[in-house]
Write a protein that binds this ligand. Sequence first.
Ligand SMILES: [Fe+2]
Length: 296
Amino acid sequence: MNSSILPIRPHFAAKASGVDLRIKLSSTDVANIEAAMDRYGVLVFDDQRISDEEQLAFTKNFGEIENAQGGNITKEHERRLQHGMIDVSNLDQSGRPYDRNDRRRMFNLGNRLWHSDSSYRAVPAKYSLLSARTVTSHGGNTEFADMRAAYDALDEDMKALVEDLICEHSLLYSRGSMGFTELSDGERAMFRPVRQRLVRTHPVTGRKSLFLSSHIGTIVGWQIPEARDFIRELIEHATQREFVYAHVWKQYDFVMWDNRQTMHRVRRFDESLPRDMRRTTVAGTTVTADQVTNVA
Ligand SMILES: [Fe+2]
């Protein structure tokens, strides 16, 4: 691979050129991409006309494909894409944009809140990889926030305060914050909260970052209003423009990010038009906090 990697911001997000993601990578290529991910957190490739099979094969270079079960309200018979592919389009099975009031659309609006993918899983995701198959001409940017820089910018008192805090994450909380509260008993059970450290350390670089997400509903040992106020303040801090890279999508862009050191959100776009975005997710390998099993 005759590739180059150039930073987009001095320390955050980079553009990779001279790479064809459809071709099997050597172990050196994979190591180079991993190293760029460790360093920049977000990696942008353009003009990648990739199939679902090729995207899945490329994703497997970096670990296991995450089991998507429990991450959405879309039912098995409503799937548009094969297993392993996460459908973050606005399309139903027939390829048409969802009706405005479609329940799946309401649920997916939660992707416009700042979050880290799968932070609601006991073992949260490593990487997400997003392929833009069809884009709209305006809107729909994905914004990424650098959680290492956000941590580094905290003062010493704040660093001491957050160091050992444990948060509870759930899709119930992120969707609930948007007023999406009508869930079946099965969905509620599926979205049972999990625990995550608020400060996590990157397994390769050793850098600390804030593990923030709109999936956070409370902090263990805190009253909920105080916890939510505190988390809101931290998210405001962490998503100041100086920590954010906004990606403006072109068709066939392919962007991968490290959920262990970034947050992201998608912005509004014209939902009467098709926007076909297909994600794959590399599973994480470890919990960040001990889980509590309910015995009552
Ligand atoms: Fe996401």
